[in-house]
Design a protein around this ligand. Structure first.
Ligand SMILES: Nc1nc2c(ncn2[C@@H]2O[C@H](COP(=O)(O)OP(=O)(O)OP(=O)(O)O)[C@@H](O)[C@H]2O)c(=O)[nH]1
Length: 317
């Protein structure tokens, strides 16, 4: 058992994902809000898509010559996969400055248009797969992402990691997305790691994260991992933006099922019991059995997918 197990599940889910996201019956508003690039899966989604596009157009005032140059530079750099331009573009969408917000909206519009063209060329298949990863502090999320991310880049994927940390709103910076937590992956040229500071509200998490996802996809990253600390409301918003939501649970710490909000368990498509090695292997097995029973009691969300519980170790596989 190990990250490769998760990779297998991910591949299976990816095959199902176009029908699956809709069948799960989730609110897909967040995902569709800025996601004109995905093939329209139902009339309602299409309606939302058009209303978002017209909203974007309305907000776009006249750009100055300098702004147009900045926009062209960022767009060209982004779609040709330049990491510096991706970083600058994400900073732009995170801004609170009204004029820069307009520029960000114009950039997003161009990136969405580009992605739509790319998707048409690939026969309507979504170009990227989004995975949300959540768990309590210390669950082993960054260790898992490090190993899992390397495995994905090793099999030819381009991976971006967005670390959402709503607690950082007072400083405006992100504490959680510190690159030093994923040293190997941050050196990998096929991976891009980005803390995603928020404007402090749930709406802030939703907007900036959603827009950052769109930019990463526009820059050619075909797997987008969104990491949240499973202690607030932000993971509910993130769960709605992704194709697959993974809950990471550590084996130690007492009554784990009590400690995790039931609602988050209900959102999970895959539960991963982390640190299943050494002395923690036995408790990991026990928790795996508990979660397997707990998930059986929950209402089935999808006809095509049953949430799974697996265990892994970032140290031993
Ligand atoms: N034995 C063992 N320890 C692990 C494993 N994965 C992570 N750890 C340890 O668990 C601790 C927390 O790991 P992190 O990966 O930083 O956990 P996190 O969920 O990202 O933590 P936050 O950044 O606080 O949210 C570290 O001391 C790791 O060395 C594992 O697979 N096995």
């Amino acid at each position: 058992m190990g990250p490769s197990n998760v990779l297998c599940v991910l591949h299976r889910v990816r095959l199902l994902s176009p029908v699956w996201t809709v069948r799960l019956g989730r609110s897909v508003d967040c995902k569709v809000a800025l996601d004109g690039g995905r093939p329209a899966q139902c009339a309602a989604q299409q309606r939302r898509r058009y209303s978002m596009e017209s909203a974007l157009n309305q907000h776009m005032g006249e750009l100055t010559a300098r702004e147009s140059r900045v926009l062209a530079r960022l767009y060209e750099g982004l779609v040709t996969g330049q990491r510096a331009c991706l970083a600058e573009s994400i900073t732009l969408v995170e801004t609170q400055h009204p004029r820069k917000r307009q520029l960000a909206q114009a950039l997003l519009q161009r990136v969405l248009d580009h992605r739509r063209q790319q998707e048409e060329l690939s026969g309507g298949k979504p170009l990227a797969f989004r995975v949300g990863l959540s768990g309590p502090p210390g669950a082993g999320k960054s260790s898992f992402i490090e190993v899992f991310g390397k495995m994905l880049t090793g099999s030819g994927h381009k991976v971006s990691v967005l670390a959402v940390d709503p607690s950082s709103c007072t400083t405006g910076g992100s504490l959680m997305g510190d690159k030093t937590r994923m040293t190997e992956l941050s050196r990998d040229m096929q991976a891009y790691i980005r803390p995603s500071p928020t404007s402090g509200t749930l709406g802030g998490v939703t907007r900036t994260t959603n827009e950052a996802i769109v930019l990463c996809e526009g820059a050619g990253y075909d797997i987008v991992l969104v990491e949240t600390v499973g202690v607030g409301q932000s993971e509910f918003a993130v769960a709605d933006m992704v194709d697959m939501f993974v809950l990471l649970i550590p084996p130690a710490g007492g009554d784990e099922l009590q400690g995790i909000k039931r609602g988050i368990i209900e959102m999970a498509d895959l539960v991963v019991i982390t640190k299943a090695d050494g002395d923690l292997l036995v408790p990991a097995r026990k928790i795996q059995a508990e979660y397997t029973s707990a998930l059986k009691l929950l209402r089935k969300k999808s006809k095509t997918w049953n949430p799974k519980v697996t265990r892994m170790s970032s140290l031993t596989g």
